[in-house]
Unconditional design. Sequence first.
Lengths: 714, 385
Amino acid sequence: MFIQNLGGFVEQRQISLQGDGILDIAIEENVISLSEVVVSSEKMTNISRPEMGVQKLNIQAMKRIPAILGEVDVIRSILTLPGVQTVGEASVGFNVRGGAADQNLILFNHATIYNPSHLFGLFSAFNPDMVESVDLYKAGIPTKYGGRLSSVLDVNAKYGDSEKIRVKGGIGLLTGRLTVEGPIGENTTFIVGGRSTYSDWLLNVLEENTDLNNARASFYDFNFNVSHKINPKNIIRLNSYLSSDNFRFDKDTLFQYQNQNFNLSWVHYFNERLELETVVGRDHYNFGIEGRDNPASSFDLGFDIKQYFLKANFTYALNERHKLNFGASTISYRLQPGFITPLGEESIVVSEEVNHERAMETAFYLGDDFEINDRLSVNYGGRYVVYQYLGPNTERIYEQGQPISSSTLIGERSFGSGETINVYHGPEFRVSGRYILNNVSSVKAGYNTNRQFIHLLTNNAAIAPTDVWKLSDPNIRPQWGDQISIGYYRNLKIDAYEFSLETYHRNMRNLIDFRSGSTLLLNNTIEQDILRTDGRAYGVEVLLRKNIGKLNGWVSYTYSRSLLRTAEEETAEKINDGNWYPNNFDQPHNAVLVGNYEWSKRLSTSINANYSTGRPITLPIAKFNYGGSERVFFSDRNEFRIPDYFRLDFSVNIEGNHKIRKLAHSSWSIGVYNLLGRRNPYSVYFTPVNGILQGYQLSIFAQPIPFITYNFRI
Amino acid sequence: MGKRLLYIFTLFLLPFMAIIGCRDPFEPDVTTTDLNYLVVEGFIEIDAQESILKLSRSIPLRAETRLREESGASITLISENNESWEFVEKEPGTYRLTGTFDPNLTYKINILLSNNQEYESDPMIPKISPPIQNVGFTRNEDGVSIHVSTQGNEDAVYFLWDYEETWLFRPPFPSPFIFNPTTNGIDLRKPEQQIALCWLDNKVNRVLLENAGRFANYSIQKDMVFIPNLSEKLMTRYSFSLRQRALDKDAFDFWEIMRKNTEDIGGIFSPLPSLIRGNINPVNSTNKVAIGYVSMGKSRSERLYINVQEVRPWPVFIPDYLECQLELDTIPPTSSYIEFSGPNFIPVVQVVNSMGAVLGYRGAEARCADCTLRGSNVRPEFWED
């Protein structure tokens, strides 16, 4: 007689049966090891997904990129992808396919993040322990997203472990972080995380010539997310995020900014095919400067953006061939574009406030993922956007056909609260298709258009924290852009290697540039300082990626151009005589290598090499004496370039031992940023010293910067 | 665990590295094309003070030349009633005119260069600056800061200041003696030969601008210059002469661009440079552009003196006088010719024996004793003791 139990040994007995009786048999447990089963959602998607220009990075991949100061960083990670660039090392934001930094929609679990960085861009605003993965859409932006011209960066945060309470943390040279996650009862999970600088020191980072004895910088951020399953058909989720930065370069001027985001989402499954997600939320970003230079002129200056949003997004699997995505979203904007108030009793600064702005952006959309046959698939759809600029406010009317200026102002009209001042509306198209050539390769093409109603007014190469946002109004039209792209995708060696080649061309209209000497802050008639500008960008992106094996990583190369031209109808001033000129972040050649080698389960090393053409710069070409000093006369806009950029980073990750019965699992990340210590210039410029001009180049991380971080999880 | 934590923290403290933002001298490879633009600088005083206009040419950035004056031009001031006044070129590139002009008229200037190129200004409306309320100073732990207060009004909202600093200084080894080449002896210096007390001046300026509209009642309080501790400027007596002009909005914008383009540039959050032009335009549009903004009006001036007694203690460190010392050897009168006849060694101290007889002189390097090597021993006209 054989007695068998699943997962146990087979017991064998010879029984001579002579009557009723009981026989107890113990069956020992038998552990049979299977080979590993990997469920992958990404393998082959390179070839088969119909959208193009989409990059997905999960947190494991981000962890393998050496990060400055040892912290896994979402934005620095996406900067290693083709088509994503930055103007400089300590700059906030990033540029996608020749688009400005304000043309990226940055979402953190539905919340729009207006300032995605801490410490002038040294850290991104996202706590790595909170992040599950990021999706970057450079083209093929799904119809449910809109409102920005260049890209969508969707950062997906976690909702907590469903099995047990876990604690994770890390401590680096500047920051410490701690995350707790886990289940509460059967149907609820939560995650709460915080991160903060623990030393109030930093800041030789910035200019050497300022007196940095009094420089200080600090930040913190905090996340709290909860997911609750009411029943199998209904899930509600809470997302909340708070971040705060404070810094000063001297003891008299204190800068600070905050992001505050909060939203609630409800997912409802009507049946197996129809699903609805409804999200309601509030996003808030504000910035402030306290100036205490002199008691009489001390001031408080700041601006503030609030937006309230409501989204309803349906996904409907119509049949095997069609998968529909449709819905509506509305955003209500409340901007305080700038104010100044006296600070302290002695201050004689006059309070001033730019008119508050209000607007409503509503969109309806429908997209269809249509699998025509096994080889051909298209994803097509559209959005219709209605934008209303609302009162209370004053509309300024200028003479038609004349440059907008104080002398062509012919009238003003006042509007009461909630009254519509003007409306912009129009369709946006999103089409992309894929044709599978064979098992390992495919071609894709896409076309999309976008509109943008909120603009960052910036007159710097990099985004400064002082840059204010502005809504489209009767005199400032929404930005419009389109993009056409074609790509070829191929997997090699049973999907061990992924190769892609994409090329694109973009047109942009109603971009914003500024007249000479314009003031952006506290300017009530900013339209008089704006130059309507056209843009165009084009490029080729090549990516070769190896996902598995001891040696993995990717190599990417991008050739791209981004050019601007003062619009033909703009007569106030023509930058470079109305010719095309390079954008501030036009860096034609860009190559990145990210490589990891796993020496053992506990030891791995990574390198990151980064090369790009120097960014364009306007340099002086003549000097003259004026006002008691030598002064300079500048070349055409962006006629020159700073020297090329090259940087190599190296890191070693050491995992603690893998004993199961251990209080904490720990790991170390040790490395060097800018291993070669190359002095990559951030800018070059001339300034008079004792009345005589001197040329300088400013490098930000001009020497190897070692870092070390200790991470643990319990 | 506890031991391990301690170990971790010591490890963190070790490499608390310096991230250094680094500024290196740099000579970018820029064009050497000579743009040779006309540069016009000046202010026309309406109230019987001398007006000075300076004409020069822009210079290629890397040229050694400091200044290229534009000589031989004729500059005319023309009122809206077509009255005209000629500027006179006193020294190359500097044109002067003194007159009284009606503040209620508009004016323009016309510039005819020696090569027959002609430029003309936009119409100028004279702006009268209100008087300077006060020029004062405050001593704090880092040094002395000089500030101005001024009361603007509806007609005078935008202000520009420039200043001239003059100060007295002494070399480390002031000498009353001079070598006399005719007698080969050592004489006492005559007053015009004194080298122990000199004046130095500084005309280098930052662009100092303010918009009074920012403040209640157009009332401005603004820091002008800062004298750091150890500066020789306050060694004995210091003069700060301030000129205040009221500008219109366009002129203010011009100066603001000038300031941003040279003084607020290259930093991480610095604005991008702007095109600079001004209010001088070529009459024939095929001519090259000119740079400069000429304003007209009535300026105000004020002078402040600061004595070292007012800021004491004020130790002074002058880098030029590093390693100065009085030579130990006494040079006997017979050797005066050998030691003191050259320009580099100066008798400083007379050595006498107990009977009062001169044994000789101890000397110091000229750079340590002769203040005229850095400044001037001629008292400036304005100077008050």
